[in-house]
Ligand binder design. Sequence first.
Ligand code: CAA
Length: 262
Amino acid sequence: MSAKSSQYNNITVEIEEDIGLIFLNRPSALNALSSGLMTELLKALNEFQADERIKCIVISGSEKVFSAGADIREMSNWTPAEALRQNNLGRFDLLKRISKPLIAAVSGYALGGGLELAMACDIIVAAEDAKVGQPEINIGVFPGAGGTQRLTRTVGKYKAMEMILTGNIIGAKEAHGRGLVSRVVPNELYLIEAKRLAHEIASKSPLAVSVAKEAVLKAYESNLTDGLEFERRNFYLMMSSEDKQEGMKAFLEKRKPHYSGK
Ligand code: CAA
């Protein structure tokens, strides 16, 4: 079953059974991430976060473009005070509050803030002709929504430096080879594959999925000792969950588990 919402101007939102779908939809500006678009994206994400039916969220654009980045027209008028007041880039951090898995389904360009948005997601599925990069240097600035940090942690210092200092764009296959996307599929399958993965994840224990997501993210933000401690402590906490009882019982009874998320 699929439901659509028309309360937005810059995105479209759908619910397909147990997954939420958000499509960036500003074709005239190649899905540039204007303040208006960011406001709507965060609103839709928060609504999916609060909706118990939704277990996993896919963010996508169109076949032509995921997103060409921050809105250059809007930014061209910014003063530092205006940039701070709007804090459009700080809003990328709000994605951290979404405990449900976020899958970016990328086709066409994911540039600048567009790639940074994809990198702020948990899994990236890319069409084989997708093109990703941080071209901000070409317009006299540099990545401001996580690119210097997330790209460097993902592809390493030397490739990140090359991409950020030259602004050169790379293809999905190279991005995949460097661990920058989770999987590359034929162009016509990128959304189908992202949805397939989302439904697959949605069939697992929502509680275990959200704690697992938090634990993997800890690997970015803490040292190994703290990360391992977080993992172990939360693994032990899982022992009191109904989902753990159900998952292990179902395995022993050779049947499919039915998770309550508790
Ligand atoms: N912001 C605002 N408008 C944009 C845009 C952006 N990031 N990218 C494209 N557009 C607009 C163009 O101005 C154009 O509008 P008009 O038709 O009104 O002139 C329309 O979208 C179509 O764009 P093009 O004609 O350029 O399309 P193309 O197919 O020839 O080229 C492209 C596609 C290579 C993606 C090219 O549009 C491009 O280089 N875009 C800019 C990419 C970029 O520099 N992104 C980084 C932005 S800064 C940033 O993201 C900072 C950060 O870290 C958060």
